[in-house]
Design a protein around this ligand. Structure first.
Ligand SMILES: CC(C)(COP(=O)(O)OP(=O)(O)OC[C@H]1O[C@@H](n2cnc3c(N)ncnc32)[C@H](O)[C@@H]1OP(=O)(O)O)[C@@H](O)C(=O)NCCC(=O)NCCS
Length: 254
């Protein structure tokens, strides 16, 4: 019977059982309430993640800020220090830690802490689309020791699958026309042109889960009341791209 209360030590033990190795680079999507009660709240989860990967590792969280209202006619504004994310209490707490580095992108930024934080986030400023090869999603997927971790959430929250959509060039992920976004870079206002994510095509990312489990690139377990899922990022991207090329509708609601 899963416990109603979990501690930082319980989460660390759960991550070890799941198979997250020391030194890993891991992108984490999360729901704090999914665990039951976490002693110490979001900070306890973040500390357990950092304990788990240790000094040579890197923890990344999505700090997304986009919305359906954005378009070339209504472009985004983004200040990495001030713009809150909508991806939950854990990423919002994480990004405000003094040691966190946040990538510069007006809708799909990522915050990172650890040895690889700067290298994984540095090139997002040069991305024209949200999740290309220069983005942290793409940079992570190019590495061997990289993981996607879903804490109490499903693949519906797995942003790296948009990276696969970009690699394969699906026709439904990007809005037509460039948006002139305003970013704050080192306190200075900068304008850059972006192709924005297109909302409106409902996704069925959970359709991939049985395929990942069957191919041995995903493991599931339980921490407190949360179902937790760990995937090898590179293998997930390669396999999903193969599946998407074979069946262009596989990631969408049919
Ligand atoms: C939307 C989402 C964040 C909601 O999850 P959630 O658990 O309800 O919310 P959070 O993770 O923000 O955690 C805050 C909630 O945890 C609960 N909570 C507060 N303290 C807590 C504690 N110590 N222990 C456990 N739960 C606690 C509260 O219910 C709180 O909600 P409130 O702020 O309304 O009071 C989650 O379902 C999700 O989708 N996460 C992934 C997002 C993502 O990465 N998206 C990428 C899209 S491509």
């Amino acid at each position: 019977m899963p416990s109603d209360t979990v501690t930082r030590a319980d989460i660390l033990a759960g991550l070890r059982t799941l198979g997250l190795p020391p030194g890993a680079k891991v992108l984490v999507h999360s729901s704090l309430s999914s665990f039951g009660h976490v002693e110490g709240g979001a900070d306890a989860v973040i500390d357990a993640l950092l304990d788990s990967v240790g000094t040579p590792g890197t923890v990344l969280v999505p700090t997304l800020t986009g919305s359906e209202a954005l378009s070339p006619a209504n472009p985004p504004e983004f200040d990495p220090k001030r713009t809150p994310c909508w991806t939950g209490r854990i990423p919002e707490t994480f990004r405000q830690r003094p040691e966190a580095v946040r990538s510069l992108h007006p809708t799909h930024s990522v915050a990172a802490i650890g040895l690889g934080a700067a290298a994984l986030t540095a090139y997002h400023i040069a991305s024209v689309t949200p999740c290309d090869e220069l983005s942290p999603y793409g940079r992570l997927a190019a590495l061997d020791d990289s993981y996607i971790l879903l804490l109490g959430v499903t693949h519906a929250a797995n942003t790296a699958l948009h990276h696969v959509e970009e690699l394969v060039g699906v026709p439904y992920h990007i809005q037509p026309g460039f948006a002139r976004a305003r970013l704050t870079v080192n306190g200075q206002a900068v304008e850059r042109h972006y192709l924005l994510h297109a909302y409106g095509t409902p996704r069925a990312f959970d359709r991939m889960e049985p395929i990942y489990l069957e191919r041995g690139i995903q493991r599931n377990s339980q921490i407190g009341r949360a179902t937790v899922r760990l995937l090898k990022a590179r293998e997930m991207v390669v396999l999903t791209a193969q599946c998407l090329r074979a069946d262009p509708g596989i990631l969408c609601v049919r």
